[in-house]
Design a binder for this molecule. Structure first.
Ligand SMILES: Nc1ncnc2c1ncn2[C@@H]1O[C@H](COP(=O)(O)OP(=O)(O)OP(=O)(O)O)[C@@H](O)[C@H]1O
Ligand SMILES: [Mg+2]
Length: 267
């Protein structure tokens, strides 16, 4: 699929699983042998340095890139066991506000300036960019990303929010915009009568690129700053999305036994 080398993950709603999806996707591209750069542009609740356990040793952020430090120097390699994965943490909101004042410019312009610098760098094959809830900075970044993944939880309101996000991103220059269903809980379909996959796909005008299952162990893993293990359904789902974006024919629930075994219920 042309354009998959630059992927923006966005949503208008907070807490729907964007950072989990962005990290999982970037890690899977790295496992597939790509030099995978994960960029955190969530200024208000940056989390990827925490989720990768490198909050204390990530010396540079996107703000340093804006101040002239080279992309090569600013990126951190959070997992020695996964050298293909690189992280550029988000700037602290206060630092971004200082830069806006110093330069007499807007945060959106600073985001565009930083993205220009990153895209001029040849040190990566894939760029996966996480953004915050709310869409202002995602809109500024949208034209740089031929491929946008809108994250939604397993609820009708989240799907409506995804529709809204997609139409705003489209107006800002977003092109291939796809739906990613996050934290899909199979047991809630029956017990709580929450939406199944088909119901969510039906309720959305967006093409669905993947369903990331709910993994009850994830919170603990993320608190420890680790990647979900290979056998986690989150890892399998992100691998499916990465491979599908690369043009492979991958079924929605490939490698996710919990969902493929109970496919009828999930759908
Ligand atoms: N597949 C999943 N299984 C279990 N928990 C999940 C899953 N995806 C996300 N979560 C949990 O949901 C919460 C929100 O996830 P995440 O931080 O990825 O969302 P977000 O959209 O990036 O949030 P924010 O808008 O605050 O940046 C976290 O506690 C995370 O552990
Ligand atoms: Mg986040």
């Amino acid at each position: 699929m042309p354009g998959y080398e630059r992927i923006l993950v966005a949503s208008s709603k907070g807490g729907v699983g964007k950072s989990t999806a962005a990290l999982g996707l970037a890690a899977e591209f790295a496992r597939l042998g790509k030099r995978s750069l994960l960029l955190d542009l969530d200024v208000t609740s940056r989390s990827l340095d925490l989720l990768t356990g490198c909050a204390d040793n990530a010396l540079f952020t996107f703000a340093d890139l804006l101040s002239g430090t080279s992309p090569e120097t600013t990126v951190t390699r959070p997992f020695p066991s996964l050298p293909g994965l690189m992280l550029l943490p988000a700037p602290a909101s206060r630092r971004l506000a200082e830069l806006e004042e110093e330069r007499g410019t807007s945060a959106a312009d600073l985001i565009r300036e930083g993205l220009d610098k990153i895209l001029a760098w040849e040190g990566f094959d894939i760029l996966v960019c996480d953004t915050g809830g709310g869409l202002d900075l995602a809109c500024a970044a949208a034209p740089y990303f031929p491929f946008i993944l809108v994250a939604a939880e397993q609820s009708q309101t989240s799907i409506r929010a995804a529709e809204y996000a997609a139409s705003r991103l489209e107006r800002c220059g977003g092109r291939a915009i796809r739906l990613c269903v996050c934290a899909f809980d199979l047991s809630a379909v029956k017990k709580e009568k929450r939406a199944g996959v088909i119901e969510m796909i039906d309720a959305s005008s967006l093409q669905c690129v993947g369903v990331i299952p709910f993994d009850p162990r994830l919170q603990k893993i993320q608190d420890a700053g680790q990647l979900p293990p290979r056998k986690s359904p989150v890892t399998a789902a992100c691998r499916n999305i990465a491979r599908r974006l690369m043009g492979y024919d991958v079924r929605l629930f490939d490698g996710i036994p919990a969902l493929s075994r109970r496919r009828r219920l999930a759908l």
